[in-house]
Design a protein around this ligand. Sequence first.
Ligand code: F58
Length: 799
Amino acid sequence: MPLDTTPRIDEATLRAEILRHLNFSLGKDEAHASVYDWRVALSLSLRDMVIAPWFASTRATYEKKGKRVYYLSMEFLIGRLVEDVAVNLRVEETAMAAMAALGQDYATVVADEPDAALGNGGLGRLAACFLDSLSTLGIPAYGYGIRYEHGLFEQHFEDGKQIETAEDWLTQRHVWEFERPEARYEIGFGGHVTEEGGKSVWHPGETVIAWAYDTPVVGWQAKWANTLRLWAAKPERIFDLESFNRGDYEGASQPETLARTISRVLYPDDTTDIGKELRLKQEYFFTAASIRDLLRRFDSEGHDIADLADKVAIQLNDTHPAIAGPELVRMLVDVYGMPMAQAIETARGSLAYTNHTLLPEALETWPEDLFARVLPRHFEIIREIEKSHVEAVGGDVRILADGVVRMGELAFIMAHKVNGVSALHTELVKETVFADLHAAHPDRIVNQTNGVTPRRWLYSCNPPLRKLIDGTIGTDWPDDLEQLRKLEPHADDAGFRDAYQAAKDENKATLAAWLKERDGTVIDPNAMFDVQIKRIHEYKRQLMNLLETVALWNDIRDDPGGDWTPRVKIFGGKAAPGYVVAKEIIHLINDVAKTINTDPKTRDLLQVVYPDNYNVSMAEYLIPASDLSEQISTAGKEASGTGNMKFALNGALTIGTLDGANVEIREHVGAENFFLFGMTAAEVVARRDVPDFARKAIEASPRLKRVLDQIDAGAFSSSDKGRYGSLVRRMYEHDYFLVTCDFDSYFEAQRVVDGAYRNREDWVRMAVLNTARMGWFSSDRTIAGYARDIWGVDRGDGV
Ligand code: F58
């Protein structure tokens, strides 16, 4: 029997609630309330409505004593919550009306909320979509992560260059969370291990307190709500009075400074050596706190520890929480007194690991000496895990090799299931990074193709299309996205296509107005909006997109009277602060934009726009307004992609390679509704063996050569003509991601896109079919897959 917790509230009651919070929670009267005050009052009123389903879900889970899922992730890239909560509660219309009656503009109030940017990109956003789906599916689950004081850095451009500043979302009151001072654990680091009565005892040299903050995560129609528990690091002793009394004021607050550092900042990448120790401590800190917390909950229900896997499923979101393996073994052996071999088996029964990358530089390793210093007992346990694995399966797979601890191997060996995030990626995981381990454990690797939550990525961000869908196929689709199939026949209905186009036009106008208001940028809503938004990375090939832009600019200048399709090229994304090449690409995009956008010959036909500080909220504006989605990574490098799904769902057509989930998207939407180009993953590997492949490709492409010559000669950097000399040289000599080899194929595909866009009727038909056939990419389907194949829990298990 599903719990009937759906809140019902009328406009007048909600209005009274908002006023009550304004007065009594914020101490403000209507006359003096700021947008911030209204936003917090609205949020608190909505939050109140989440409490009943949250309590009911928690109670049902405790009563059932069933299996719980624990999703451990360094990142949760949530974005704003107020609209998300209103939508899941199904009160967004009521909230709009209440705000209007109070003389407030709902959209302005909603936009006041800072993004919770506790993640870098796809991996973190996936975790946020998964939380939404876990609640929608009624699966008892906790998300566990870190309550970073500073989320992902803010980006702005100075003279076209990326400048980073600290993000500080917590300087404002964070309305969605509840502090849990009673849920706290001492987490140790360093020190030494002794043998006492045949048992190993770890004596940490340093401890901090992990302090819990809970955010309820309400699912669709508020039938279920789970908890996101984020850990903040606090000192054991806030203040060292002895030092203070000696006059050592700085020393007196040292314990606090040290501890707080651990949850201070989200790492924008892990490429720098500086801070490596801190990152390892962050990983251990939140993982250990989470393991302690779930064991406490397990024990409180009176289960036998040997049955852990029947009650606890722990999903490791990449290797960042892979220390969960040795930590769980440590708890089982050192605290519960279980023999080592049994502890390893028991832990494995609960643990599963998701791999998100094949890039060798992104597979985590830690220098052995650092690891052994920070986590001496875990280092011993890893040796035991390695030994028992070699004894069990033979072979020579090592966790400890070349002086480093290899977290991928550790995660794999300690997991009963390992999953890739798209069909292609999963096969490549089997063939490349984990080939030996796959041979030893042929049933361990499974695929779970990523998905996105349709509540945020269609219902909430695209009201015009949502209303059209509601009016055409009814309102049951947000938690049953395959229903979108019913739109398919309407692709042939001219009236429907017009309405679909009208929805797109409305979104384009909204985006244009938003950009004008935000940056003063004026774009033409009649042009094709061609969008590439994601982290800036060589493998994602924003550079190839830009080179194509310059080539198109050249062609238009050569033939200004030609039959051109007007385009606005929109880029969005941040580069890791230490990633020099990615920052150079950002600079070049901005330099090219400056030149092209001021060219009177072409500016009505081609424009380059790069709004700074791309984040989840910006994606919510851009995606519904896009015509063309750029998914152009070097085949074999993008594990899945999830932006690609959001675009296609919202009716942007994809230009893309056979990489990651593009392959499956193309299968679903139909090859004729997808603009394919470029080499396959196998061809990429083969091409790298061809001597001088890049130079050959450039010499075979006069169009590409011309563009590279222009950039090299300083055509876009007149004040510093040599600025891009090394970038162009790298194209010739180290084009590892094969921009040069795929360029011509990409350029040709773009011209096919141009032609297709001019035939608007067909274009809209293709867009409708994309929306209609993307239902499979709901994260509800993905989570149902994890539940069935990995966790052994059922949809609606909680109720
Ligand atoms: C992304 N990984 C994949 N990593 O690149 C993308 O293809 C996939 O769709 C997504 O995961 C979800 O499966 C990703 O976002 C990171 O951001 C790392 C964080 C830690 C530092 C290194 C990058």
